[in-house]
Design a protein. Sequence first.
Length: 483
Amino acid sequence: MVGETIKNSHPNINIEYITSKTSGDLDQNLDISGGTTVGVFTSDISKKVEESDNSIAVHSWKDFPIVENNTTGIYGTLKRADMRDILILKHSVKVQKNIDQLTIMTSSPRRRYAIEKNLKNLIPLTFDKVYFKDIRGNIHTRINKFLKDNTHGIVIAKAAIDRILNNNTDKSDKNALIKECLKKHQCVILPLSIFPSAPAQGAIGIEVANKNKHLIKIVESINDIETFENVNLERQIMSEYGGGCSQKIGVSIWNKNNSKIKSINGITEEHKKLETFDLIETVHRNTTTRMSNAFPIGKSEQTIFKREESNKNSELNAIQDSLIYITRKNVLKYRPDFQNSCKLITSGVKTWKEAAKKGYWISGTSDSLGQAEITSMKSLFDVKNIIKLTFKNEFTTNPNSIDLYELKEPNFPKDIEERDNFFWMSPYAFKIAIKLYPSILNKHHSCGMGNTFEQIKEIIKNEGYLTPYLSYEHWLNKVEKSK
């Protein structure tokens, strides 16, 4: 991938590919979870780069030490792949309701901590504790060990799986084994909001000797600046806690809607818990307002419609080979019995947890960032369609959606036109409000990061009047601080 990108920009450069194994590759018994094995997958190669005038190295950037070695560095990267982790659980676990001990393969302290903390609320399975088993080797080796072992689950970087499946030149039996594993067993894409990845996960690091200005210039010419900046910020944050594979900390940073989203989760060596899911950079807008001038405030104002639900289980139960997008917990009110060929995705983590309580196996979530976030899941699960379970909408029609409830009799507060800062849970609520009260259009509006933002943006032409937030609670917190 790096070589092809360089050739596209510099067609006269000749490239020779050399594969090199490091001490971390060769010694499969080496314990990499401690703090004494920094650079075991990179340092041997770094020496070769330092000593050659014509060599660059390509790494999984997360393997490259955060502490600088003073002789080489990462000077460029390509566009980042999916940062998330995948948990694969054997089908035999899925058919059970109770198990004494769940055994999962992973050598990462970060993944172990996050799984112990969150997994019970995400799967419809009762278990007393999680036992972890170390696993090493490339993706094919790990999957093979997992399938042959009596272990219940394994955690793998989604980027690794995606790159293998997207490599059309490799038709080997090994790849067929991975595809069969994903099809047969339960795959859970872990959400970045509570399962942030290792710094640089999914990113390729291109290493050059610090003294080699000519090669640095070539690598910088193909650099994906957004990925480069975000990864370096992740590594900077991790360096504050010591860095390295031994940390029980995940840090993920990515861009959406002119904002940077930051997720940090874990526990430091001093046992300080870290839990952050927030925006760290956004287009500056003046959003200061008094609490009394904001809408909605309190549960009564959040419920502005009467909801009339429909039982369409016969239609839902007949769906096959589809990714089913569950937008709210109430679309599962009549407990449809989905076919095994379907994969269930929720709009957010709260809806995921509610669905798990009802016995549904959820394969992932858009993490309250909009339906566009699940597009990358469709190819992984090898399904034909994405079907959205939602409500009847007089403003838009979607042939790939099923309406399971209708919103009626909107009840806005009497002083709605006197408010000056609004948060909208859906584009439908916004459109109804401006239809009834057109004067509020030129007030300040806020909403989530996904489809609601995209639709409202089409109506509000002045972007200074629209601010995206991660959630209603996130917006409310900002209002409370400015009251």
